[in-house]
Design a protein around this ligand. Structure first.
Ligand SMILES: [Cu+2]
Length: 436
């Protein structure tokens, strides 16, 4: 099968998905040409519904547009699922965000030293906005910094993470709750403690200790919790391990109960170096050309507000990483059509940070075709918890680091997807395109 045929299959699945949700109150369709925003009304309706504690709200007539989009084409340029994969924000304000899609904000607020600790500062703002979840289909989302998933924050073990949080909503309170080892209960980001719910228009500065090293989650903890998570208020925090800490206390970083020999200690330190993109950015382990890391948040959307998802995805857009007849030209995706397999080089060490954020369904899973991977639960261990597996089952907020190696594979398309068939056929079906 050639790539055009594979792309046609993707379009058939997309058409079926879009047809199945086109009358749902939570979505709007917009014309491909012009990309007019026609759905502001449904966003406002959604906010009101949650304020009253009722997630089933929504207006059956809000925002509907009779001009159907062309199947297979994403029209919004405000989110690039490919740029998102490998975008790591370290607080360094000179680390510019994705220029191709012109998404400019002041997320990275600076790096400084205070009392011997590195402080990485970020600005996060809660806002309601329309997002495109299937080609031509938009959903009224709640989010941080205008994107779902929220920006990936990357820090080093021992840093202080400072978040200047602004609630940009007109009529709804929010918080940010981090899955890290918080020492100060006031900084936990729940409505029952510390500053509590951050009201519309208010600001609060959260400070979190960057530990333990691993792949972590941040999300809104406002009630109703399932509504705030489902609408899109989640992002990833990656805490890179410090090799010097690993050398001192290797047992804290490895799921291993044998004696700590020099060899074991050195192996752990080497792995910490290869995990640390902040202070060991140029380190590449023997046998690889480079290290390639990406973030995939498994999510989904309930488009008719019946507490059951209709659209599933890796990073918000259904089938965004499936075969498609879209090519880059001049470094830019044609017309904003950001649908394409994820390109990876066969001689790179491939790491995927996977975070499960799906609401309403009990579990999700990550399954790779034609290759098996090593799995590090929560990314908190430097030796894998499970080796040579091709499927992991994950509950909400569970996350892990996957290491996969295609060095002996022929170039081409290799599928990965949620192994709940319903999820796969409704958007959570993706491909790596392995190249030389
Ligand atoms: Cu919220």
């Amino acid at each position: 099968m050639n790539e055009d045929d594979a792309a046609s299959m993707t379009e058939q699945l997309e058409t079926r998905l879009v047809d199945s949700i086109e009358d749902h109150e939570g979505v709007s369709r917009r014309t491909v040409l012009g990309g007019l925003a026609l759905a502001g009304g449904s966003a406002i309706t959604g906010i009101g519904a949650a304020q009253s504690g009722n997630e089933s709200g929504g207006n059956a007539t809000a925002g509907h547009d009779a001009s159907f989009g062309t199947p297979g084409k994403y029209t919004e340029k405000n989110f690039d699922p490919h740029g998102y994969l490998r975008e790591f924000n370290t607080g360094d304000s000179t680390n510019k965000r994705d220029a191709i899609f012109g998404k400019k904000d002041d997320l990275n607020a600076g790096v400084s030293q205070e009392n011997g600790q590195t402080v990485r500062e970020f600005n996060l703002t809660a806002v309601p906005e329309e997002i495109e979840i299937a080609p031509g289909v938009t959903f009224p989302s709640w989010m941080y910094n205008g994107q779902v998933p929220a920006p990936t924050l990357r820090v080093e073990e021992g840093d202080l993470i400072r978040i200047n949080f602004t609630n940009g909503f007109a009529d709804m309170a929010h918080t940010i709750h981090p899955h890290v080892q918080n020492l100060n209960p006031a900084m936990d980001g729940v409505p029952q403690n510390g500053p509590g719910a951050i009201k519309p228009g208010e600001t609060f500065t959260y400070e979190w200790q960057a530990r333990p090293a691993g792949t972590h989650l941040y999300h809104c903890h406002m009630l109703p919790l399932k509504a705030h998570i489902h609408r899109g208020m989640y992002g990833t925090i990656i805490i890179d391990p410090k090799p010097e800490n690993v050398r001192e206390n290797p047992r804290d970083y490895i799921d291993y109960h044998g004696p700590i020999t020099d060899e074991v200690r050195e192996m752990a330190v080497e792995r910490a170096k290869s995990r640390n993109m902040i202070s060991h950015a140029d380190y590449v382990p023997d046998g690889y050309d480079d290290i390639d890391e990406m973030v995939i948040m498994m999510n989904g959307f309930d488009t008719n507000f019946d507490a059951d998802n209709e659209v599933y995805a890796a990073n918000t857009r259904a089938f965004a990483y499936a075969p498609a007849k879209t090519e880059k030209y001049n470094g830019e995706w044609e017309g904003g059509k950001t649908k394409h397999p994820i390109e990876i080089k066969k001689n790179n060490l491939q790491r995927v940070h996977v975070i499960q954020t799906l609401e309403y369904d009990f579990i999700n899973s990550f399954h790779t075709h034609s290759q098996f991977f090593d799995y590090y639960d929560a990314g908190t261990t430097l030796f894998p918890n499970r080796s040579t597996i091709d499927t992991v089952m994950m509950c909400q907020a569970q996350r892990g680091l996957f290491e996969i190696d295609y060095s002996d594979h022929q170039p081409g398309l290799f599928m990965f997807h949620g192994h709940q068939s319903e999820f796969a056929e409704q958007g959570w079906m993706s491909f790596f395109e392995v190249t030389e």
